[in-house]
Design a protein around this ligand. Sequence first.
Ligand code: HEM
Length: 200
Amino acid sequence: MRITRAGWAIMTVLSTLIALLSARYVGLDPATFFTEQRATYLAHELPLAVHISGASIALAAGPWQFSERLRRRWPQWHRRIGVVYLLGCLVGGVGALLLAPVAYGGVVARIGFACLGVAWLVTGGTGLRMILRRRVEDHRRWMIRSFALTFAAVTLRLMLVVAKGAQLDFRTSYTVIAWLCWVPNLLLAYWFTRPRPEPR
Ligand code: HEM
């Protein structure tokens, strides 16, 4: 998959913006928590801080890995940022799995977030395994899948804005979006990275 310059710029701006907005949570100021979950977050400050620290780093670092120029000119930076991204996914993913059982929206939303958390850890871990075995093409595929899931943080918030604009019931739309924020991203990533026949 080759990403256009405009597509990359939009992805980078949105990811950086959500990473910065999310980083406010790390201060654990209850005024920044969303009202419906304020009491829950106060009771789960550690997993919340762990999740958001790791996830914000992964979201901010991820887009740079898709810059071909950076990869070609400074391959050592691709490796360094890659390590930071994967550590972010690991820490953010463990925090996400600790938060999933207490997420807003009930059992359907909780299962949605838990599946996303598992898929996030598996795709990142497989991407790492592939590059350690020098399987560059497979590494590329798995890292695209991994970032498509990291980007769920952006799609979730965009969808919540749309649902609010459409005046949909918050609890119902939150439950649906807990799945809708990542399943289409993952399917798209699989489609983009599908094996293609060699050109003759
Ligand atoms: C991709 C895997 C991810 C999973 C499985 C996941 C899971 C969760 C869960 C279960 C919660 C609690 C939700 C609730 O209380 O209803 C949460 C909250 C949160 N997550 Fe994630 N998350 C992921 C990625 C990210 C990323 C990449 C960011 C961005 C930096 C992020 C930022 C936040 C923030 C700021 C909250 C607090 C609630 C809010 O304002 O939305 N998450 N996450």
